[in-house]
Design a protein around this ligand. Sequence first.
Ligand code: MN
Length: 247
Amino acid sequence: MATRRRVTREKPLSEYKRKRDFSKTGEPSGGAVKRGSKRKLRFVVQKHAASHLHFDFRLELDGVMKSWAVPKGPSYDPSVRRLAMEVEDHPIEYNTFEGTIPKGQYGGGTVMLWDRGTYEAEDGGEEALREGYDRGDLKFVLHGERLQGGWVLVRIRRGEGERRQWLLIKHRDEMATSKFDVVAEVETSVKSGRTMEEIATRRGRVWQSNRAVESDEPSPTRRKKPASASQKKRAAPRRRRPTRSTT
Ligand code: MN
């Protein structure tokens, strides 16, 4: 319920909107927040080469994307704890974003859609997610293309009063492994197959405003890659279902 959440005093997305000049960046301005849908909750991970490279980890909850900046990105190794700094909620429309934020704007730099999919509470429904988020112990299962299985975000004391800091940790389950460095192995967009460099150098992809969000799917020829290479780059360590075609 919205009434029990600590962010209810501010309007949803107010911090997100305050930080951005939507006459200069083509990032979504964030429309009406829709709650109460019964469909599956989404998650995305965006690789973001801003002043410091990081991965933006976003979980849908109550009509917004709860967001954390994870400098080193996620790890499948349960013994690895990755720092995750909570940042402002983002609009759900942000989930399809890939491209370049103009220099000088908030978060200026290249953004790659690195993973996407649905997620659910490890145990229970949305109320369990809400409680976990409020309590600082959020357990969930990801159904992405690169990230799968159980994970936890644990809030730590440091950073209290300013930006809240969490740790992102893989649960010990059948997907866990210390033998696959997903951040090092997977260097292409889950959406377009492009590398950061290809996204950055592609002209006309800067998210200027006053332009409708264009399709940033590359032309069919750009997407073709040797099957073996693209399979390797796309796959999670052990998959339980086939990847969809990249072409
Ligand atoms: Mn970011």
